[in-house]
Design a protein around this ligand. Structure first.
Ligand code: ADP
Ligand code: MG
Length: 663
């Protein structure tokens, strides 16, 4: 059954649901509330004044409406509660006047003034409350009411819809879980707080179990079924490469390279993650892997999350290693250009293909691919990993991520991978001086920028783009550009960069910034990941409160990429403890821990942005214990059932078939 077949979902509602990423019935019933309001009624004789309370009672007078101004009215009536008759007033509820009549049992939320015997209500419910009531609160959008959403969900749950149990029965029994349909019902229509807890536990476990199962399965597949080649990298190959680098590797970089060589040379397929803070120098490690791979006769592919980054790697690689044939493939190229590259690839004339998602397409075939690299791995989902591996028979895979994620979490989320950590920064790097400013200190901010420019250094200025909400007073790019221009009076060259520009325009701007023609780059966060311009030593980030700490740390990592002192200005009118964390520390791991503590959950690490890792109810931080349990439970489940091909578990048989046959 489709969403549109459901009573109460017309084209308009369907559109609104889609906006909330609800496309199927399953999405809908699993559109969980993000919190609950709890109401329990107070006795009017006992309540404290001036605090919000809930009372229930019987209406004892017909409401009087007074229209105070346009769009502003007031209802007055009396209510008997705990044998006391009180005066009630509530604003802007004139439309309810017919539902409030003598003898009607209602519930009010608001504040009581004992001397005047007046209750000023902020909300009203047209029913009496006898016990504690728990009310789910959903993320909503304009045009869709919570009540309508709940009504639709209610109808679905009360139809004879079947909801599959994903957790194997023996585990559900072991943990005494409630069944999923009941759990979903309790999440939306809770009977009490304890039931919500039970429901959440089941649904979180279910979600994390299925997730960890996939991770474990991938690991299993890598170990058992994969072909491999032994690449036979000789020590002198590495010496040769290292002698020709523009700088000496840090010892962490060297360790990572050695890990890779050991994978290359052993009887297994490499599946390795390089985890290192921004600016730790992951790129060169991957380049070395590419060179060694090429030396023994294989092609490589490198996947980057943005075209800007793909171009940067391409330019970098070409200038460092002019003897290797490298090509770039991105979505914005013409069909003709793409066809030429694809043909050359097939012929084996290209050693390294760098690109965006475009390289995942099916028609991109290699003659002899031996190594695949994904940069900024956390931007990609589990399924994309799979697609890349499938580009060849025995491809070694290397992932890179700057996500400053504690090792324990990494082991879980990236449980199918081996991990090399790069902790040190290249020597001579200074901490980036970071300072929080208010917007009205703009003259000082401009002064700081001018000082930096007078040293012949370059500056990034980050402004969030106005997104859907047009009336928020965000400083969008053009406004910031305008401010800078009016201050600089043509003294400095300013360029702008944002996601809506054409790729060729972006490249042109980036190139002009790299070459120094542009001194200031005003940009949205499209530059967030990976961009490397050494002469840029200052970054000013407007509306800094809009970003998570992890993102700010990534953005800040655009500077401080050489031995010069770099600076970061965070501009925000909202006083926030969070931003000061960045003033104190340059350590990505520390910052991510703070982000965790301060924000609780959310899109920390950027991990949740990638499709497969979007959890609807679980949270890898708060639910870490459940996650660990699911890791071992799902491993055991896998071990016990892989031989009979999950005979009794259609759901998992399907997942296994998909992954194993997709080769
Ligand atoms: P990230 O780990 O954030 O991807 P990059 O690979 O972009 O970092 O490296 C940041 C900068 O540091 C680059 O300009 C790179 O050339 C430089 N770099 C990398 N390793 C070293 C090193 N061992 N010594 C000096 N500079 C280095
Ligand atoms: Mg990088």
């Amino acid at each position: 059954m489709n969403l549109s077949d459901i009573k109460g979902i017309g084209p308009k509602t369907l559109g609104l649901l889609n906006k909330l990423s609800i496309y199927t019935i399953d999405d809908l019933i699993r559109y969980y509330p993000y919190r609950y309001n709890t109401y329990s009624t107070s006795n009017i004789l006992e309540i404290e004044e001036d605090t919000n309370v809930v009372i229930s009672g019987i209406v004892t007078s017909t409401p009087k409406i007074s229209y105070i101004k346009r769009n502003f009215n007031k209802l007055n009536f009396t209510l008997e509660t705990n044998n006391v008759n009180i005066n009630v007033s509530i604003f802007n509820r004139a439309f309810l006047s017919h539902n409030i009549y003598i003898g009607k049992n209602i519930t009010l939320i608001g504040k009581y003034n004992r001397i005047k015997n007046t209750f000023t209500a902020s909300d009203i419910k047209l029913y009496g409350l006898t016990k504690t009531e728990v009310e789910p609160v959903y993320h909503m959008i304009n045009g869709l009411k919570t009540a309508s959403l709940k009504k639709i969900i209610y109808n679905i749950l009360n139809s004879n819809i079947e909801i599959n149990e994903i957790v194997p029965e023996y585990l559900s029994n072991k943990y005494e879980f409630i069944d999923t349909k009941t759990a979903i019902r309790e999440i939306h229509f809770p009977s009490n707080t304890n039931n919500i807890k039970q429901a959440k536990l089941k649904l979180k476990y279910e979600e994390l179990f299925a997730f960890m199962f996939k991770i474990n399965l991938m690991k299993f597949k890598n170990q058992i079924f994969d072909n491999f080649v032994i690449k036979n990298i000789k020590p002198e190959y590495l010496d040769d490469v290292i002698d020709n680098l523009p700088f000496a590797l840090t010892s962490d970089q060297l360790e990572a390279v050695k890990d890779i060589i050991s994978d290359f040379n052993h009887e297994r397929r490499m599946n390795r993650l390089i985890l290192g803070d921004v600016g730790s120098g992951k790129t060169i490690v991957s380049f070395i892997a590419i060179l060694l791979n090429q030396k023994v006769g294989y092609q490589s592919a490198m996947l980057a999350p943005t075209e800007v980054l793909a171009h940067q790697h391409y330019d970098n690689f070409k200038s460092l290693f002019p003897n290797i044939n490298v090509a770039i493939l991105v979505g914005s190229q013409t069909k003709k250009e793409k066809e030429t590259i694809i043909e050359e690839l097939k012929q084996g004339n290209i050693d390294l293909l760098i690109g965006t998602h475009a390289i995942l397409e099916e028609n991109v075939e290699f003659k002899n691919i031996g190594l695949v690299i994904t940069d900024e791995q956390h931007r990609f989902g589990v399924n994309q990993r799979k697609k890349l591996q499938n580009k060849g028979q025995a491809v070694d895979v290397l992932y890179m991520s700057a996500t400053p994620i504690p090792r324990t979490y990494a082991l879980t989320i990236y449980g199918d991978m081996d991990i090399s950590m790069i902790k040190q920064k290249p020597s001579g790097r200074k901490d980036i001086l970071t300072k929080v400013y208010k917007f009205d200190e703009i003259t000082k901010i401009i002064q700081e920028i001018e000082e930096e420019l007078s040293l012949k250094h370059q500056v990034y200025v980050i402004a969030p783009l106005i997104e859907e909400n047009e009336d928020t007073e965000l400083n969008d790019i053009l406004k910031i550009e305008g401010i800078l221009k009016s201050h600089f009076k043509n003294k400095h060259n300013i360029g702008t960069l944002h996601g809506k520009m054409k790729a060729s325009e972006k490249d042109a701007i980036m190139n002009n910034f790299k070459s120094g023609k542009l001194e200031v780059l005003v940009s949205t966060t499209v530059i967030e990941v990976g961009v490397d311009v050494q002469n840029a030593t200052m970054i000013a980030i407007f509306n800094a409160e809009r970003f998570g700490l992890a993102t700010l740390h990534q953005l800040r990592g655009r500077v401080g990429r050489n031995s010069l002192q770099s600076k970061c200005l965070l501009i925000s009118d909202k006083e926030s403890e969070r931003l000061h964390v960045l003033e104190e520390s340059n350590d990505g791991f520390y910052i991510s821990e703070c982000d965790f503590k301060l924000r609780g959950s959310g899109d920390l690490f950027g991990i949740r942005q990638s499709g497969d890792m979007v959890f609807k109810i679980a949270d890898i931080h708060n639910d870490y214990k459940i996650l660990l349990q699911c890791k071992s439970d799902s491993q055991e489940f896998l071990d016990n059932n892989i031989e009979n091909n999950f005979r009794d578990y259609a759901y998992y048989r399907h997942i296994v078939d998909q992954l194993m046959n997709n080769n």
